[in-house]
Design a protein around this ligand. Structure first.
Ligand SMILES: Nc1ncnc2c1ncn2[C@@H]1O[C@H](COP(=O)(O)OP(=O)(O)OP(=O)(O)O)[C@@H](O)[C@H]1O
Length: 313
């Protein structure tokens, strides 16, 4: 991935906003893409993600979307925290915004590390995230492995809102291989079905990346069809139980992610699906065992004291 500018912020340096004077200490680079670089920063003793770019228009349109979609759970901090410009020592201005730091690793790295058994649950969580956007009148647009971060217990967060588009408009930003138009399977009009198509490609990309790459290198544009993707699905043991679902998603059969999530959930417990069930953290198991021991001791003591009988005649 190349970026359009060569700014490098070093760990430890403090970036001060030109207009609002907010101070952000750089911890490390989190990632970079076409629109900018994302750094982990510390601000008022808390961690945030700071995205900085050169193109004010690109960054500003992401900011506008983030302001509009209000990714906020009741009582929690907003996703978008601050907006400002940074002036480098040479006087060059770079627009940036600060957002909530999402602790997690990109989906494909998580899956490589933790195993495919997580796939059904993570897929379900991801559909839930998309459903919330669809219900608010948006499509995510640029769904791909890198834009899905997975945290503990398979919790999922979407990052990079540069492609988020109001329903009914033309998708603003997409990645070719995930794009419905690329596969001759429909328009680039933003809606739930567009994201579900990309979700299907994402599933294929996770488990059949080599063959998917081969298809993109060998198929003539007119032969790029969802049927080709389905062949990869049918040949893969993790994806096969979801073949019916994926076929429907590739053909626009689910109007939105909520509908898709319901059907996905039913399949998760079906035949042929190996699924990780997150276990409660050890401290919670310990707490439960501890409370049971206290309860047993209390009952024994009450019985000994004659305060409790077992209901025998
Ligand atoms: N809020 C966040 N918390 C943690 N990590 C993040 C956050 N936002 C972005 N990242 C990381 O930074 C990477 C690059 O960010 P982002 O995708 O927004 O940049 P981009 O320039 O728009 O990339 P692309 O060219 O893929 O569109 C992400 O893949 C992710 O790993």
């Amino acid at each position: 991935m190349t970026t359009s500018f060569d700014l490098r912020l070093r760990p430890g340096m403090v970036l001060t906003g030109k207009w609002k004077q907010g101070r952000y200490q750089v911890v490390r680079l989190l990632g970079e893409g076409a629109n900018g670089q994302v750094y982990l920063v510390e601000h008022r003793r808390r961690w945030y993600a700071l995205k900085i770019g050169r193109d004010a228009v690109d960054i500003q349109s992401e900011i506008n979307v983030l302001k509009n979609i209000r990714l906020r759970k009741a009582g929690s901090e907003p996703f978008l925290v601050a907006v400002d410009d940074y002036s480098d020592p040479a006087g060059q201005d770079y627009p940036f915004y600060v957002m909530r730091y999402v602790r997690g690793m990109p989906l494909h790295h998580f899956m490589e590390k933790e195993g495919a058994d997580w796939f059904p649950l993570i897929g379900f969580h991801l559909l839930g995230k998309l459903a919330a956007l669809h219900e608010a009148g948006w499509a995510f647009g640029d769904l791909k492995r890198e834009n899905v971060l997975v945290g503990e217990y398979g919790r999922v967060e979407l990052v990079d809102y540069g492609g988020v588009t109001a329903s009914g408009r033309s998708v603003r930003q997409f990645t070719e291989v995930y794009d419905r138009g690329y596969w001759n399977a429909g328009s680039r009009i933003a809606d739930g079905t567009y994201d579900l198509f990309s979700f299907g490609v994402l599933c294929v990309h996770l488990f059949e990346s080599r063959r998917l790459l081969h298809l993109t290198q060998t198929l003539l544009p007119q032969n790029r069809l969802a049927d080709e993707l389905m062949k990869l699905v049918e040949g893969n043991s993790t994806l096969k139980p979801f073949a019916g679902w994926l076929n429907k998603a590739f053909n626009g059969g689910y109007a939105n992610a909520r509908e898709g999530a319901g059907a996905w959930q039913r399949l998760m417990h079906g035949p042929g699906v190996r699924m990780k069930r997150p276990v409660a953290p050890r401290w919670m198991t310990g707490l439960f065992a501890g409370s049971m021991a206290v309860l047993a001791a209390t009952i024994a003591w009450m019985m000994a004291e004659g305060m409790l009988t077992l209901g025998l005649p």
